[in-house]
Design a protein around this ligand. Structure first.
Ligand code: ADE
Ligand code: ZN
Length: 346
């Protein structure tokens, strides 16, 4: 691990922006900016619920996860063609590359879109083609994680998995998203067991709003390798010790937690506590078009609110590569670039 030189509070945002990083928790549908949403609605000859971009943005005030998911779902209605999925993903990858994201692991779901009459192929092919083009044109690598919607049934998750299987080589893993409370990981034990047999990497949202027991069961029943959010783990010292000992990464999303009122203020976020407890935490944007910031804004605002340092920045970026699903050789290459960026920063 690199010995990090101190950086002044004034220079820290620049360090955070320039530092190479991986983003491991981004729902691509949550990157759909109002401007693109209106453009897609027009291209597809659809009416929109709000007259203009400004009034739509003004509606982005949430009480909790469910109040967000309702608006988020309405936004996905404009996605109708493979090109729509391509354009949305391209826009995110351009933005991420400008934030010095070297690698992104992108969540998406098919159940929302098949529920709107689209095929699984339209969704996955559009997303995948954008990832392939971004690698050659922007130099950013990206892989795809299909999330099951936990408010729907086990049977529906099995159907989503089945429909995605012909496109298996375009996916790296499966995850679990949507309304957490009342939908424990155990509901999807058999689907995750099947996905595991099929060779998918496994992640799940747990402990965003839900109790630490959901994190335990995501680990022990679903056998996931990373926990998405996981911030409620601090309520359970035994769980904290396990996460640290087994180096189970948490993909933390500070601005999301603020906007969905998981914490009353960014200054009360527990990211610093997680890091100091030895947990492999990372910083991510979750649904940046809705929560007021892409990954670099998550870094700069959280660092300012919590008084985090260059040493924390290095740790978080290092964790992001360590926790990713890329192979060991590429991990080493990315970490070398990270080290070089810290060594040459002045
Ligand atoms: N889907 C999109 N964003 C989500 C979040 N923060 N939690 C659960 N499901 C989501
Ligand atoms: Zn999420």
């Amino acid at each position: 691990m690199l010995k990090v030189k101190p950086v002044s509070a004034e220079r820290l945002p620049e360090l955070l922006r320039r530092m190479p990083k991986a983003e491991l928790h981004i729902h691509i549908e949550g990157s759909l900016e109002p401007e693109l949403m209106f453009a897609l609605a027009q291209r597809n000859g659809m009416a929109t619920a709000y007259p203009d971009v400004e009034s739509l943005r003004r509606a982005y005030v949430f009480d909790d996860l469910q109040s967000f998911l309702d608006i988020y779902h309405a936004g996905t209605l404009v996605l109708r063609t493979e090109q729509d999925f391509y354009d949305m993903t391209r826009a995110y990858l351009v933005r991420a590359a400008s934030d010095n994201v070297l690698h992104a692991e992108i969540f998406f779901d098919t159940q929302t879109h098949t529920g709107h009459g689209l095929s699984t192929e339209v969704v996955i092919n559009g997303l995948h083609r954008a990832c392939v083009d971004a690698k050659s044109e922007l130099g950013i690598s990206a892989s795809l994680i299909l999330c099951f919607l936990r408010h729907l049934s086990e049977q529906e998750a099995f159907e989503a998995l089945e429909q995605a299987l012909p496109l298996h080589d375009k996916l790296v893993g499966v995850g679990l998203a949507s309304s957490e409370k009342g939908h424990p990981p155990e509901k999807f034990a058999r689907v995750f067991a099947r996905a595991r047999e099929l060779g998918f990497r496994l992640v799940a949202h747990a402990g965003e709003e839900g109790q630490p027991a959901y994190i335990w069961s995501a680990l022990d029943v679903l056998k996931v390798e990373r926990i998405d959010h996981g911030v409620q783990a601090v309520k359970d010292p035994l769980l904290m010790a396990r996460l640290a000992k087994e180096r189970i990464p948490l993909t933390v999303c500070p601005l999301s937690n603020l906007k969905l009122r998981v914490f009353p203020a960014l200054a009360e976020h527990n990211l610093k506590h997680l890091l100091e407890a030895g947990i492999v935490a990372t910083v991510n944007s979750d649904d940046p078009a809705y929560f007021g910031g892409y990954i670099n804004q998550n870094f700069t605002q959280t660092f300012a609110a919590l008084g985090l340092t260059a040493q924390h920045a290095y740790k978080l970026a290092h964790n992001s590569f360590e926790a990713s699903f890329i192979d060991e050789k590429r991990k080493r290459q990315y970490i070398e670039r990270l080290n070089a960026s810290f060594e040459t920063f002045n």
